[in-house]
Design a protein around this ligand. Sequence first.
Ligand SMILES: Cc1ncc(COP(=O)(O)O)c(C=O)c1O
Length: 399
Amino acid sequence: MLLRIRQQRSKFRYRYRMQPESKLPQVGTTIFTVMSALAERHGAINLSQGFPDFEPPGRLVERVTHHMAAGRNQYPPMMGIEPLRERIAEKARHLYGVPVDPDTEVTISSGATEALLCGVHALVRPGDEVIVFDPAYDSYEPAILLAGGSVVHLPLQAGQFRIDFEQLSARISQRTRLVVINSPHNPTGSLLYQEDLNQLADLLRAYPQCYVLSDEVYEHICFDPDGHASVIATEGLKQRSLAVFSFGKTYHATGWKVGYCIAPPALTTEFRRVHQFNTFTTATPLQWALADYMASDPQHYLKLPEFYRHKRDLFRRLLEDSGFELLPCEGTYFQLADYSALSNLDDVAFSRWLTEVHKVAAIPISVFCERPPEARWVRFCFAKQEATLEEAADRLCRI
Ligand SMILES: Cc1ncc(COP(=O)(O)O)c(C=O)c1O
């Protein structure tokens, strides 16, 4: 008996001693995982996490199996295979009218998430400040904290979700190492227009130590007639920016986790120093398949705005008679909805209630913010088949 007590005590001490002090004590499981699990548990339609309920193009999938069977299964080069980097450079030239060197300015990453982490770690040192705009995608802050930086949250202007340049110029300083921007914007569906990027370039002229990490994963899901405005085509920004993209969003293949970073050579060198010892590289057959598909079907990404505009318009029309007030959506596959006419619950409690009782899962917006907004908003993902959107809207209209 005495022996057993001793053994238990020592097990407890061992466990206690082995419990590390967390580097990210405030970070729990991401809201996307939490809501998707809740949706599954309650048999709810999952409009929370941002992924399509339809398949990638058949020919693209066929190219993956082709390259696997053809023996393309060993390590590719650290920066990604040449044909894929060339296709990306061609696309940048074609869409944004800028020369991009595939050897020194393009790096393939394991999803945009890896590129964001590498970008932050390449630039941010302990004590540096990094500005993010709330609501902010949830991977930025942990990456900055792990690099020893401190996060400065500035709210986007309420309603329009544009950058408040007065506030930005009041807060930016010689200690600011990085500004993180995201357009088209998750979760609000707002855009940064060319004039916003030009204004940012003007403002940053006085801060030569400050870089920009531009999250452009929804570049092809942009409903503005002028198209997406990119840092890589903005004089004054392209020299100091790492632009991050994701094939997952473009080719309905979020589970493949393939993305890339475009940056000038000096920044790419630093980016690759981190990437090399992070994932080193990204699955070989996926890279070959994407290179083939980009060459043979460039129409895919050109048709994407229309493809998603149709879904957006359908979803908005279906919700016209609901108690939700829909905010404008200019890009991404997310629709922000004000539910204040339906409930006094806070947005986390409302999202749970919606999932458990009405069987439609959504994402609460407060989790993207340092300080929860006063408005009551949730985010729905409309990257779904029409039948899914119709069934979800039917349930939402009955609340
Ligand atoms: C704004 C934003 N950035 C980055 C990512 C991550 O992209 P990936 O899945 O390619 O890592 C997402 C995914 O939802 C996103 O919405």
